[in-house]
Design a protein around this ligand. Structure first.
Ligand code: DAH
Length: 339
């Protein structure tokens, strides 16, 4: 039988001792473990240390070093165990005063949150929710909205066609026509949904994105109603100090058309206030009479306004996100910030 290497014996003793320390449930049991391994007279680790003297001078330093290391590890473990047995956590659980590991919490995607906030504001203003198909015809996506098919927007360069004259809607505006066809005024709807464009994926474009469409039609709806409603939306979304600006623009389905900008007031961490630049938040306008006629409405009797916005853009402005792609990558380290 070959003699066991004292270093292997020490490592085996270390494992055994740490296990015994772990299993000791009270100070007396722990003291017994201490005596068994480190006791001056008969302690098993002490015995090895004592035997060093009779060892060959070549082996002595290595074994001595290992024996001292094991002795220290075991002494430390004894001390820690003694503390945890004496402390309030004497239930066998290591330390009840440590903070718990919280349950992992999921949340809605920041763009979904923006859609919900926008929808809830308009719901409170008396709007209902509407929807339409994501695959739609050229008629609903363009022609009914007073957009001739030779308009650049209808070009295959920009629009994803499925088959002849059927396409993935390039905006949520077709829901305007689908709602008007099936409902009589008064109409007050919000229509969030996915839209698709032949765009290259970059920091400000994705080939699929959300839009939120709005439409109001009734007798006697004026430009004042239009401006007041959208200014009220902006104040409810961005805060009561928010200013709104209507910049003249062009959309085929509205006349006059506007791009709506907001100027926000931000409170700095030190409490001081700061105005942002003007930020564009949506396209909008008074519904073109040609669109009302396409819906079969009497354009002499009814007027209205419409608007369309990108909730991802609005979420970017709100949270200071500068790359749209982060909303699509679904990295939980990014998404966790919005929970
Ligand atoms: N459909 C337009 C777009 O995708 C946005 C828009 C502009 C919607 C004006 C409207 C509107 O309802 O009135 O760029």
């Amino acid at each position: 039988m070959t003699e066991q290497d004292p270093k292997d014996a020490l490592r085996a003793l270390e494992v055994e001792a740490l296990d015994a320390i772990d299993r000791a449930q009270d100070p007396e049991a722990l003291e017994a473990v201490r005596i068994d391994y480190l006791g001056r007279k008969d302690g098993r680790i002490s015995a090895i240390l004592r035997g060093l003297g009779s060892m060959s001078p070549e082996r002595r330093p290595a074994v001595g070093q290992e024996a001292n290391r094991v002795k220290e590890v075991v002494a430390d473990a004894l001390q820690n165990r003694e503390r945890s047995l004496a402390g309030p956590a004497s239930s066998g659980i290591e330390d009840l005063t440590l903070p718990g590991r919280g349950p992992w919490k999921g949340g809605l995607h920041p763009v979904t949150q923006a859609v919900d906030e926008i929808w809830h504001i308009f719901r409170d203003l008396g709007f209902t929710r509407a929807r339409g198909p994501e695959a739609d015809t050229e008629w609903y996506n363009f022609e009914a909205l007073n957009t001739p098919l030779d308009h650049p927007a209808a070009d295959e360069q920009d629009t994803l066609y499925l088959v002849d004259s059927v396409l993935l809607r390039s905006h949520t505006s077709p829901v305007q026509m689908r709602t008007m066809e099936t409902h009589e005024p008064p109409i007050r709807i919000i229509a969030p949904g996915w839209v698709y464009r032949r765009d290259t994926y970059d920091a400000t474009h994705t080939p699929a994105f959300m839009q939120v469409e709005g439409l109001v039609i009734d007798e006697g709806v004026t430009f004042v109603d239009f401006k007041a409603t959208l200014a009220e939306f902006a104040r409810r979304y961005w805060g009561p100090d928010t200013q709104t600006r209507f910049r003249p623009s062009f959309f085929p389905f509205t006349e006059p058309s506007a791009e709506v900008d907001v100027k926000r007031v931000i409170t700095r961490p030190d409490g001081s206030k700061e105005e942002t630049d003007w930020l564009e938040i949506m396209g909008a306008g008074m519904v073109d009479p040609a669109v009302l006629e396409n819906a079969g409405y009497d354009a002499e009797r009814y007027t209205g306004f419409a608007f369309g916005m990108g909730p991802a853009r609005i979420a970017m402005l709100k949270h200071g996100v500068d790359d749209l792609r982060t909303f699509f990558e679904n990295d939980v380290r990014f998404l966790d910030q919005f929970v």
